[in-house]
Design a protein around this ligand. Structure first.
Ligand code: FES
Length: 559
């Protein structure tokens, strides 16, 4: 009876009986919208995926999902990542789909869609959006690469400091993101799509293809063909993704000089498959694999250059000694087989192991009385002289107060001051926005200061740079020690020792805790209320407590 009704309804929209009979039904999850510019090409790519599915004997059905254009969504896309995961899981559970091709890439869309697909565990193939094209900026006769995100902050600081005028800023506004595709720096998007390729969930090399390259269109068609084969082979995420493939993803994150945001996403993704992964695993890998991809913000090149240099397969070839090469991939081949012909075509962009971009590492996990469960920093994008630093705290309880103070020419601070922002974590903000790259006070910008030690329970855009300690856990809003810091307290950071210490006695901290009054109130309604009630802390991946683990998804009752 159910099949009779389904076939009726498919014919209602013009499909013939033979189009759908005995063919795998393939969902195409599309995270496109008019406010997701990085995915502006997805309507065309969906057609390519459909072409491949039909050619291979499947039947494609497009399912639009929540569109999270990173720069457009307020207060932060992170507030919606878990809801996107829920949406994908429920779409795939409630609708008659045998496999899924996911089109995503702009920051949270990658972990969000895959977390949902992992929970559902049907054959899954990921089509990365691909990076946008490079651009160049000519000033005083010198031409240089400019990248989305990284240069946004650089040029904004220059404008604030009076080094460029409004006309030049307006010109830059129209030049810095010149084509559809994800940010062309090593931000969160390229970090996550690279890690997903290392997990074995894309076709080999897919994550590096620029969005506007015709190879991207061809890759999308091939994905359509391949997913149909995967359905017949029952090649599900739980058969492809293992702890070994997560270790491969971490190795790639470090070699790429990837975004600190990956720390929350990768732990949450592993959690959906019941795979144990912790900040200690990330720190261990960061101390093993150096930064080899010469890309902003750790280096000075862009994703298009990375593609010409051989792309992710070439980078993985260089770090092959650190990889688990027997892991299976969605291509049906192992990592070793996929890398057999990979080679580096430009060693300035993809460096050899003995000539890394940075000896400082892509990530360090800090512990101490200020972060009992951990905090992260990206040493390769920080100022070397600040990686060991001691200075007095200047504390802000919320972002508006902090932004107002930064514009105040009379603000009492100097370059040794440690800027501290709290109530910016998963529960406190809520949604753990990318506020962790606190702006430099205007008066210090004018003195030429471009970096200071900054601390928060927030995140930072992967495209940004600076000596920013992030993801402090537990966060201040739930009573973490960050809530107890006062302006003038001395803070001691030693990245080499992985130490973050507040120079206040345990007795004094206890007295402050006794007097501490929580500040965040529960919102009245909606996603935000559900989020605040159920989000876990940064070191746990910020997934919802009721979605962690790989308990089987119950089949809906049908009549
Ligand atoms: Fe979409 Fe950066 S804003 S990837």
């Amino acid at each position: 009876m159910r099949g009779f009704a389904h076939r009726q309804r498919m014919q209602q929209q013009g499909a013939r009986r033979e189009d759908v009979m005995n063919r795998p039904m393939i969902a195409i999850i599309n995270t496109w919208s008019d406010l997701s510019p990085c995915h502006a090409h997805f309507p065309q790519r969906v057609e390519s995926v459909k072409k491949g599915i039909l050619a291979a004997g499947g039947y494609p059905v497009e399912l639009p999902a929540m569109s999270l254009g990173e720069v457009m969504v307020k207060p932060t896309t992170m507030l919606y990542r878990n809801f996107l995961a829920m949406e994908v899981e429920e779409l795939l559970r409630s609708l008659p789909c045998d496999g899924v091709v996911i089109l995503a890439g702009c920051d949270k869309t990658t972990p969000g869609t895959l977390m949902g697909a992992f929970s559902m565990d049907i054959p899954t193939l990921f089509v990365p959006a691909g990076p946008m094209l490079n651009d160049r900026y000519v000033k005083d006769g010198v031409s240089r690469s400019i990248g989305a995100g990284t240069h946004t902050r650089i040029f904004w600081d220059d404008y604030q400091a009076g080094k460029i005028d409004a006309a030049e800023l307006q010109h830059l506004e129209s030049r810095m993101t010149r084509a559809p595709g994800t940010c062309n720096t090593m931000g969160t998007a390229s970090t996550m799509t690279g890690m997903v390729e290392a997990l074995g969930l894309t076709l080999p090399g897919a994550s590096s293809i620029p969005a506007m390259d015709s190879a991207h269109t061809r890759m999308a068609t091939t994905c359509g063909e391949r997913i149909v084969e995967m359905v017949w082979q029952d090649l599900k995420p739980s058969r492809v993704v293992t702890r070994g493939s997560f270790q491969n993803a971490l190795a790639v994150q470090m070699a790429l000089g990837g975004s600190t945001n990956a720390a929350v996403h990768v732990i949450a993704m592993a959690g959906r498959l019941g795979i144990e992964l912790s900040l200690d695993d990330l720190d261990a890998m960061a101390q093993t694999v150096p930064v080899l991809a010469n890309l902003f913000p750790s280096g000075d090149r862009l994703m298009e250059d990375f593609y010409y240099a051989g792309g992710l397969p070439a980078l993985m070839k260089v770090i092959e000694p650190f990889l688990s090469t027997t892991e299976l991939t969605v291509a049906g081949s192992t990592v070793a087989q996929n890398l057999s012909k990979a080679e580096v075509l430009d060693p300035d962009v993809i460096r050899p192991l003995d000539r890394p971009v940075s000896h400082a590492g892509a990530l360090a996990v800090l512990k101490g009385n200020l972060a009992p469960n951990g905090a992260v920093i990206k040493p390769s994008a920080a100022s070397e002289k600040l990686l060991k630093h001691r200075g007095p705290a200047l504390v802000f309880d919320n972002q508006p107060e902090m932004l107002k103070a930064m514009a105040d020419e009379a603000l009492d601070c100097d370059e040794n001051t440690v800027l501290v922002l709290r109530n910016a974590g998963p529960v406190g903000a809520p949604g753990m926005p990318e506020w962790g790259n606190l702006p430099i006070p205007a008066k210090l910008l004018k003195q030429g200061v471009r970096d200071m030690l900054r601390l928060s329970d927030a995140r930072m855009s992967g495209t940004h740079y600076g000596t920013c300690v992030l993801h402090i856990s537990p966060e201040s809003a739930v009573g973490g020690p960050l809530a107890l810091v006062r302006t003038g307290d001395m803070i001691d950071l030693d990245v080499a020792q992985r130490r973050l210490h507040l120079e206040v006695s345990a007795e004094e901290l206890e007295a402050r805790r006794a007097a501490w009054i929580p500040t965040s109130a529960l919102p009245m309604r909606g996603f935000t209320r559900l989020y605040q009630q159920h989000v876990t802390q940064a070191h746990e991946g910020c997934d919802f407590d009721f979605l962690q683990g790989n308990s089987p998804t119950p089949e809906p009752v049908i009549f």
